[in-house]
Design a protein around this ligand. Structure first.
Ligand SMILES: Cc1ncc(COP(=O)(O)O)c(C=O)c1O
Length: 383
C-alpha cells in the first residue's frame, strides 16, 4: 500500500500490506515472528534491530493506519488503553485535560485511578456542547482536549472542527478517539485534530479476535514523541496481532458500510417499538448530532443505544437473545448487546452515570453484518 497515489481509500485498504516481500512476492505481509534481527555488519542495520522498536509486520499495519486517517505516522499498541496511556504520557504533573464526560469507562478509570494520583487531572465536559468546551479550556493549566465522538454509549456528537479551532486558539493538544467511526467514516486530522486514538480491537480489526490499539499523529514532531513512548514504555502490538489487525483492515470499508446500513434499519425498527422509550442513533432524524455528521459527510456508524420501558425487562433480554450475543465489546462482524451501567461503564460514579443517562434501562447494541431482518426479529422476540 502506497498512500498519496491519488487512489481511493477503499483501494488502499484492500491492498494494505501488499507488495512488501520482494524476495517471494507474497501477497500477504508475512508474520515476522521474531524478537531480533541480524545486523549485516558493525554499525549496519536492515532497518529492523529489535521488535519493540520496529517489526516489519507491525510497520505494514502502521503504514496502513497512517494512510487511513491521513496522518504522517501511526503506531500500533497492545490495546486501546495502552495507546491512550502513551498519549496521556505527553502531559506533565499539574496539567489538566478536558475530556468527554460520557466516555468509555476504561478511559475514565485510567485518568482517575492512574493519572490523577500522578498529578494529571481530567476535567469532564459535555463535548457535544462547544461553548462548554470553550469555557473548560480557558481554565488555568489546561494543556489538552480529548474527545470521543460519537460518545460511548450515548452517541453524542461533537463538532470536531469547532473544537479544533478552540484547541488551536489556546495552543493545547487536541486528541480524538475515533474508535466508533474510524477513518473510513470520520477523519479528525482533516478537521484539525493533532492525534487520533483507537481501540483497534473494534472496527479496525473487526472480528472480535484481537485486542489492539493505535495512535495516528498529524505531524513529524508528534510522531517522534509517540515513537519514543511506544519504544520507551514498550506497550507494542505483537506481530501476530498486527497481522490480524491488518487483515481486518482490508475489509473495513465493506464491513462498516453494511454495519451502518443495518444499524439504520434496526434503529428505525426500535423507534417504533412500544416497549422502547428512547433510541440514541446519530443517523435518525431529530438526533442532535445528525446535522454535524451530515455536514462533514461523515457516516453515522453502527452503534445504537436504547432505553426499554421497564428496567425489569433487561435480564430477560440479555438472557433471551439468540442472534445478538450478550458480550462486552463492539465493532466486530457479530452483533453484540451490552448493558453499560454494569459492564463497560461500571467504573463511572453512579451519580454521574445517572445524570448522563447511563441508567438501568439503557442497552447498547453493536450492529454487525448479519441480516438486518434477523436482528430485528431477535430483538422483537425478547422485547
Ligand atoms: C471508545 C473506546 N476507546 C478506547 C477503548 C479501550 O480499548 P481496548 O479495550 O482495546 O483497550 C474502548 C474499549 O471499549 C472504547 O470503546
Amino acid at each position: 500500500m502506497q498512500p498519496n497515489m491519488g487512489i481511493e481509500l477503499s483501494t488502499l485498504l484492500a491492498q494494505a500490506g501488499t507488495r512488501r516481500d520482494s524476495a517471494t512476492g507474497a501477497i500477504s505481509t508475512p508474520i515476522y515472528q521474531t524478537a531480533s534481527f541480524a545486523h549485516p555488519g558493525l554499525g549496519q542495520s536492515t532497518g529492523f534491530d529489535y521488535s519493540r522498536t520496529a517489526n516489519p509486520t507491525r510497520s505494514a499495519l502502521e503504514e496502513a493506519l497512517a494512510a487511513l486517517d491521513g496522518g504522517c505516522r501511526a503506531f500500533a499498541f497492545a490495546s486501546g488503553l495502552a495507546a491512550l496511556d502513551a498519549v496521556i504520557r505527553l502531559f506533565a504533573p499539574g496539567d489538566r485535560v478536558v475530556v468527554t464526560e460520557d466516555l468509555y469507562g476504561g478511559t475514565f478509570r485510567l485518568f482517575e485511578k492512574v493519572y490523577r494520583p500522578l498529578g494529571i487531572e481530567a476535567v469532564y465536559v459535555d463535548t457535544a456542547d462547544t461553548e462548554a468546551v470553550r469555557t473548560a479550556c480557558a481554565a488555568p493549566g489546561v494543556r489538552g482536549l480529548l474527545v470521543e465522538s460519537p460518545t460511548n454509549p450515548l452517541l453524542r456528537v461533537a463538532d470536531l472542527r469547532a473544537l479544533a479551532a478552540i484547541a488551536r486558539e489556546r495552543g493545547i493538544l487536541f486528541v480524538v478517539d475515533n474508535t466508533f467511526l474510524t477513518g473510513w467514516l470520520q477523519r479528525p486530522l482533516e478537521q484539525g485534530a493533532d492525534l487520533v486514538l483507537y481501540s483497534a480491537t473494534k472496527y479496525l480489526a473487526g472480528h472480535n479476535d484481537v485486542v489492539a490499539g493505535a495512535v495516528v499523529a498529524s505531524t513529524p514532531k508528534l510522531a517522534e514523541r509517540i515513537a519514543f513512548l511506544q519504544n520507551g514504555a514498550g506497550a507494542i502490538l505483537g506481530p501476530m496481532d498486527s497481522w490480524l489487525t491488518l487483515r481486518g483492515l482490508k475489509t473495513l470499508a465493506l464491513r462498516l458500510d453494511k454495519q451502518q446500513q443495518n444499524a439504520l434499519e434496526v434503529a428505525r425498527w426500535l423507534e417504533k417499538h412500544p416497549r422502547v422509550r428512547r433510541v440514541h442513533f446519530p443517523g435518525l432524524p431529530g438526533h442532535p448530532g445528525r446535522e454535524i455528521l451530515a455536514r462533514e459527510r461523515t457516516g453515522f456508524g453502527a452503534m445504537i443505544a436504547f432505553e426499554v420501558d421497564d428496567p425489569a425487562r433487561v435480564p430477560a433480554i440479555l438472557a433471551g437473545v439468540r442472534v445478538f450475543i450478550f458480550a462486552e465489546s463492539l465493532g466486530g462482524v457479530e452483533s453484540l448487546v451490552t448493558f453499560p451501567a454494569v459492564q463497560t461503564h461500571a467504573d463511572i460514579d453512579p451519580a454521574i452515570r445517572q445524570r448522563l443517562g447511563i441508567n438501568d434501562r439503557l442497552l447498547r447494541l453493536s450492529i454487525g453484518i448479519e441480516d438486518a431482518g434477523d436482528l430485528c426479529k431477535d430483538l422483537g422476540n425478547v422485547l
